[in-house]
Design a protein around this ligand. Structure first.
Ligand code: ZN
Length: 242
């Protein structure tokens, strides 16, 4: 089997403007994730970021991408609409998409969901306990029944998303809130996995369980030949039609 071609897209602004973020991710969130994912022989990993030409997501890059990870927060509006159109079309054509944390509010995720994708939040070093509520799902392979992140930003319900096609993770926070943290969607031929953790001031993307979920998600979101072979339009009958 050929490698899964992974592109990790990062806004890459907090790391330049906030010293506390640079301390956690000196080369950027995208590079921290890339270094971890490159340990897997079956993944071919590249990175892209907002300030590159065409926001780093040219037609060439997307045509060479099976699964796109997306981290954005402070500059969602700076992503060009034509780039969003291009990513949207790529997902409908079968590319996998993994929006991370504050990408809940990205143009592409909101378009794919069709809702506001608003939520409640708090930056107060809450402990986050993530419960695996679909243990037989491929996304949960190798995970314990629950795991904890010692400090994270809180995201709480109500999260204004369509009901996920499959819900794999639910978070609980010290403050008492809960949140749908691992949400699977199908859109066109493409698969989407929204994953909640990953506020920029915490070392979440070095956590072994988080990296396991993301690796599982890349495999789950990768396009299948069956999806690519689907056809639409005028079609001859399977049996004679009288
Ligand atoms: Zn955040």
């Amino acid at each position: 089997m050929s490698d899964i071609r992974v592109t990790i897209w990062n806004e890459f602004r907090h790391e330049k403007s906030h010293e506390e973020v640079r301390k956690v991710y000196p080369e950027g969130i995208h590079e921290a994730l890339a270094q971890a994912l490159r340990q897997h022989d079956d993944l071919s990993v590249r990175t892209a970021w907002l300030d590159q030409p065409e926001n780093g997501l040219t037609a060439e890059v997307l045509s060479d991408t099976d699964v796109l990870l997306w981290w954005g927060h402070m500059a969602h509006q700076e992503v060009a609409d034509e780039v969003v159109d291009r990513v949207h079309q790529a997902v409908l054509n079968g590319m996998g998409l993994i929006p991370l944390h504050s990408a809940h509010y990205s143009k592409i995720f909101r378009r794919l969901m069709g809702t506001s994708c608003s939520l409640n939040w708090r930056e107060a070093d809450d402990k986050e306990r993530l419960w695996v509520i679909a243990p037989s799902h491929p996304l949960a392979a190798g995970l314990p029944p629950y795991f904890e992140l010692p400090a994270e930003e809180m995201y709480g319900e109500f999260f204004d998303i369509p009901a996920p096609d499959e819900l794999v993770l639910v978070s609980w926070f010290t403050g008492g809130e809960v949140f749908r943290s691992g949400c699977c969607y199908n859109r066109g031929h493409g698969r989407i996995f929204y994953f909640r953790p990953g506020h920029e001031t915490y070392p979440t993307y070095y956590d072994a369980n988080v990296l396991r979920i993301l690796t599982n998600a890349i495999h789950w979101c990768a396009p299948t030949p069956e999806a690519a072979a689907r056809k639409f339009g005028n079609t001859p009958p399977v049996e004679d039609v009288k």
